[in-house]
Design a protein around this ligand. Sequence first.
Ligand code: SF4
Length: 342
Amino acid sequence: MGRSIEVDGIWVHSDIIPCCNHCGYCQVGRKKIENVDFFRLAALVDRFYAWRQQQSLDDFKVGHWFGYTHNFDLPQMIAEKRLRALGGWNLDVILLGGLPDRSVGEMRAWLKERMDAGFASVISSFTGYGVLHDRWNGRKGDFERLMQIQRIAAELGMGLRQRIFLTKSTLPLLDELLKKLDDLPGNVVERCAYLWFYSGFSARLEKERISEETFNSLPEHIAKILRKDWKKWRSEAKWMEAVRQEETEVPQKVSLKLIVTESNIDRVESMSCEEILAALQRRTQEAYAAIPIRRELCERWGDSSNQSMYMFQEHAERKWLDAYLQSSPIQFERELTYLAVD
Ligand code: SF4
């Protein structure tokens, strides 16, 4: 039995900003850069906000994602901030992952321009430190590069945000990593430990996942920096228990994903919002109809002996869907669903 959905929004997606890293755990997976102008995409997003207002559909979500990194030029970055504000989010942080190499002076000027435009902090993700981090991120010198940019940002007076991934290979390096991060100047406004998502390339790295037992016995100083929602994280076995306790399968609320490419942008621009929504809703419904309901995926394809930890239910669901598709390969537009893996 397939899934039924209720549409609660639209997400305009186009990958136009390249990434200079080659992370082995990249949650995006395979990357393809679209040659689409940022401001044409921004105009599309603006149209959906205007349409929502005209229709008085305040609860209808509108969102967007335009690239793998924050290597936008300044006008684009300012426009990105404005678009996020329309969605109710104050974007004031710059992602440092995947940026191209810049000299110290160039990076200082690049950050200063953005700070003057209202960006108050920078964020970096660390996969251990030194050689291990560089290896996982597929870029020689990446750890030192991120540390140097955090140092420059601190000197400029920007806040520092730091994400730390907990995996089997990074756990032994955490204390030394924390020491290095503590030695940075400036103000750490956020330091959070995460698990890898089950998405993109990290879906192939199950052996790196920490177990529930390891998770429950993390030392206090690591447990203290877990992301706020850590109490909801579970092993696959526990996610299966949670799914079994769900009452009935109701239509799922989902946002449509409008994937804009160089080959479809002219057509998308020529359509009204209603036409885009109707066509995309049809395709999205078909995609969900191809996916067994959650309870069935869980019962038939879940692994109740798996004690590895996952942050969200949808990550366990993606794993079950992968197992199902291995035994029953079917063609459908998975990328339109929230169970997309890349
Ligand atoms: S995880 Fe981020 S920085 Fe790394 S390759 Fe993927 S998009 Fe680039």
